[in-house]
Ligand binder design. Structure first.
Ligand code: ADP
Ligand code: MG
Length: 308
């Protein structure tokens, strides 16, 4: 059986409301297992509860109820071991401006009880592209460099699981590429990766499996390709050679004539075959110059699931 890096059962979080404000139930009983070795995407609109969940995993926020097991260690029974198994790159930049990157990494290593001989500070600095800034004060670093440093900090204790909370929100392309290159590399070396992102294209490209949460509830969780297949919607696009007469369509197919002359047939692959459409096109006497299909992307899945 596949081993689970993380197991969450009945996880609830109630934030006490400020004076006069009602309490906020940020997580309403989440069950979720994340297999070892995966790149797992946690998606959801703003305020869905993603950061709350991640901060509970990291031991930064106390849950209201439920059970969290990290790398086989129950958070409540073995807090030290469960915390040692996970490294978190938080969404917010929070670091002491008067330390250098090297000093901050050493401090972090000390907090996690990593012996001097086992520290890999130089390698981490190299990995995130901060070697030449190792001795600069953190306050002199750009926003992008600070985010690199946050990733570095998450890695000092060589965690089994790396969690990235919106790592690419508002970052430049160079930083994004650095992040994904490292995420892939660390995953290849066996690290389980959990990330939240607003960029669905990115999740589609990076993640083996995806869970979508909304209003503190999990709406769906599946392998990325299954989520996409679930949409059961495709478009077959034909570029006719010359004018195209009317086509007698199979049931369930919808034809749109595009301004550029292309014919776009929307269909459900589970109900109608592409071949049936091509036959109809052929029977109408249309000569085909070019043909292609487009598939739904995660954006479509997300919209159809989070729209009330
Ligand atoms: P996401 O990361 O998906 O955007 P969050 O986990 O940050 O969502 O927030 C989930 C909900 O909990 C939101 O309604 C947010 O306003 C609320 N929330 C988050 N942190 C706190 C807090 N410290 N105190 C009170 N409410 C909070
Ligand atoms: Mg968040």
């Amino acid at each position: 059986m596949q081993r689970q890096a993380i197991e969450i059962k009945g996880l609830q979080k109630l934030y006490a409301g400020a004076k006069g404000e009602p309490d906020k139930q940020a997580l309403k009983g989440i069950d979720l297992s994340i297999p070892e070795g995966s790149i797992f995407g946690l998606l959801g609109p703003n305020g869905a509860g993603k950061s709350t969940m991640i901060n509970i995993l990291a031991g930064l926020v106390n849950k209201s109820s439920g059970q969290v097991t990290i790398w086989g260690f129950d958070q409540d029974i073995n807090p030290r071991q469960s915390r040692a198994a996970i490294g978190v790159m938080p969404q917010e930049i929070n670091m002491d401006p008067f330390f250098t990157p090297r000093a901050l990494l050493d401090l972090q290593a000390g907090l996690y009880g990593v012996p001097k001989a086992e520290r890999w500070t130089d390698e981490i600095l190299e990995l995130v592209g901060l070697s030449d800034k190792a001795e600069s004060y953190a306050r002199q670093l750009s926003g992008g460099m600070k985010r690199r440093l946050l990733l570095a900090k998450a890695l000092v204790h060589r965690p089994k699981i790396l969690v990235l909370d919106e790592p690419t929100a508002g970052v430049d392309i160079g930083l994004r590429n650095m992040l994904w290159k490292n995420v892939r590399r660390l995953n290849d070396e066996g690290m389980t990766i959990i990330l939240t992102t607003h960029y669905l294209e990115e999740a589609q490209e990076m993640c083996d499996e995806i869970a979508i949460i909304n209003h503190g509830e999990m709406i769906i969780r599946d392998r990325t390709e299954n989520l996409l297949a679930r949409m059961d919607a495709k478009t077959l696009v034909i570029t006719p050679a010359g004018n195209a007469p009317d086509v007698t369509l199979p049931d369930g197919v919808n034809l749109t004539r595009r301004p550029n002359g292309q014919l776009a047939f929307d269909y459900r692959p589970k109900q109608v075959s592409a071949n049936a459409i091509l036959t109809a096109v052929h029977n109408a006497g249309i000569e085909v110059e070019d043909v292609g299909t487009t598939e739904p992307d995660l954006e479509d899945v997300f919209m159809s699931l989070t729209e009330e």
